[in-house]
Design a binder for this molecule. Sequence first.
Ligand code: NZQ
Ligand code: ZN
Length: 388
Amino acid sequence: MLGNFKYSNPTKLYFGEDALSNLKVELASYGTNVQLVYGGGSIKKNGIYEQVITILKECGKVIFEDSGVMPNPTVEKLAEGCQIAREHQVDLILAVGGGSVCDYAKAVSISAYCEDDPWEKYYIRFEDVTCKIIPVGCVLTMVGTGSEMNGGAVITNHKQKLKIGHVFGDNVFPKFSILNPKFTYSLPKYQMVAGCFDIMSHILEQYFSGEDDTTSDYIAEGLLRSLITSSKIAVKNPEDYEARSNIMWTATWALNTLIAMGKTTDWEVHMLGQAIGAHTDATHGMTLSAVSIPYYKYIMADGLQKFKRYAIHVWDVDPSGKTDEQIAREGLDRMETYMKELGLVMNLSELGVTEAMIEPIANSTLIMEGGYRILNHEDIVNILTNSL
Ligand code: NZQ
Ligand code: ZN
């Protein structure tokens, strides 16, 4: 049975080939000073930077550039961004990039005027925002995280070997997000498929929990089927607009809070992935792909009926003449074959993880309680070892 919930999503989305033309309209609602946040320079190579700058200038904005946001943004970079925002009293933070850039923009938006240490307040003590929040807008160039329509912001603290996400409330969601599937054409294949698996993982984290019949799970299955079809096409032809646009839209719905409504969720794969990321700085989606099959095989018996349903509804496994366990296992086998076909990282050694790193990574892994099994330290060590 669906539990009680309140659903609202304040982010306004513009989607399609002409989506960027709406930036002008949105900019009219904000003051003159704009902090333009971007990453390591991909937007200069693919021409998106020029397009955005032209619009900002046409609208008479004063631009304060904040570039060099790294994949898996750090606490140190966050402090730099806060300094820029405060010094120039920016009226809007415009993020142009992937999840790292969007997450960072949100983190700056709530930290610039925070009187406490933002890392301690938001990421260690998980407190709510109590200070002024600078509005954020996003122009998305990498698909996967769903950051364009949610309140998540993940920050890495290398000194403490911690990578932590805090999911903030409605007031931290981007005010608007601009999604042009063509902006993702220039992504290297490694990033594109990592993003596809990030989407799959977000859906599965919310799907593999509970035993009841919920609409949220049927939506999740539909999203998974669309993702599987489109990612197989996009990996062969990255400029297939239909496939790229389906992937982009699926990513947004996978993590804009909708499919978690009324049910419990797991998120243990992400906790493992974040701990791996804190120790290796590896690409987010690949940290998830490396541990997913070992994790799901480890907990399959605890959620057998759901794994069986997953095999039949998502992977079209024919159940006739098979035990529940055989059906469930066949579903995971088909998922593994698909992951290999996409070219995902399938083990931790490929990410530079060694046996000696297992214990420290296990120590950095947070334990979630909403899935089919509450792991203990030994379970985490076993799953990481099985993933090597
Ligand atoms: O930095 P640039 O030069 O822009 O290059 C980026 C980066 O190297 C490149 N890229 C992005 N768009 C491109 C492009 N290259 C060519 N053409 C384009 N159009 O791709 C690389 C990866 O970008 P990044 O933003 O790091 O990837 P992603 O979108 O996967 O974001 C990862 C971050 O988001 C967090 C992750 O933990 C990680 O820190 N997450 C945020 C979530 C949320 N807000 O809800 C949930 C997720 O589970 C995730 O944890
Ligand atoms: Zn993710």
